[in-house]
Design a protein around this ligand. Structure first.
Ligand code: TYD
Length: 213
């Protein structure tokens, strides 16, 4: 039987490239579906027609071909369409939306990584999402060495950035977690897959219990 929530729940996964969030978000969606929740697994940038086109531009353009401001605006554009077309409708249907990357990626990558103004990026995020914020965010924390070691060989434009860039991003995620302790839960992503998943479930269960019937 389908489990009912009082309203949709919006969960996001964040972390540096190679932190394991894509595996864990897929695993969480499958686990919740098995428990009877209606779940919509999604990701950024992409998962709608415009988002897919912008993803190609953002990740496949040659190095140096997009300025930092252009990059930030394109991520925000993809997000606005994704929120309107995918996330809001699923939340309105009362589903659990699990999104691989969202607003915190922009603060970490375009803010800390590219050096753009954080206040402006917060305003840009608010505009792109129409004020929608995740109910719960899991930041999977791994060292930069682990991140580099786990990554596949065909790097996209952003993954080509070096160690310093990813250290800045990792620090930004730690700061975001400190600033938003209610929403952002830090998970030790260095542990093996099952242990990481157990930590996620442990943090999620009380939250879902308070949202349910
Ligand atoms: P993705 O395939 O999701 O990488 P990963 O699986 O490693 O997360 O690619 C998304 C890339 O885009 C990733 O390097 C982070 C970057 N990104 C930003 O820089 N800003 C953003 O707002 C978002 C959503 C992603």
């Amino acid at each position: 039987m389908d489990k009912k929530l009082n309203k949709g729940v919006f969960i996001t996964f964040e972390g540096i490239d190679g932190c394991g969030k894509s595996v864990q978000s897929r695993r969480l969606a499958a686990y919740l579906q098995k428990k009877g929740y209606k779940c919509r697994l999604t990701f950024e940038p992409g998962d709608c027609a415009l988002g897919e086109e912008l993803r190609r531009v953002l990740l496949k353009s040659p190095a140096g071909s997009l300025s930092a401001r252009t990059e930030a605006l394109l991520f925000a554009t993809a997000r606005a369409q994704h929120v309107d077309e995918v996330i809001i409708p699923a939340l309105k249907r009362g589903e659990i939306v699990i999104c691989d990357r969202f607003i915190d990626s922009t603060i970490a990558y375009q803010g800390a990584g590219r050096g753009l103004d954080i206040k402006f990026l917060q305003a840009l995020n608010a505009f792109a999402t129409d004020g929608l914020e995740p109910d719960l965010t899991f930041v999977l924390r791994v060292s930069v060495a682990t991140s580099l070691g786990r990554r596949k060989q065909d790097f996209d434009r952003i993954e080509e950035e070096g160690k310093v860039f990813f250290s800045l991003i990792a620090d930004a995620y730690s700061l975001l977690a400190e600033q938003n302790p209610q929403r952002i839960k830090v998970i030790d992503g260095e542990a093996d897959e099952d242990k990481v998943f157990a930590q996620i479930c442990q943090k999620l269960e009380p939250f879902l219990a308070s949202e349910g019937e």
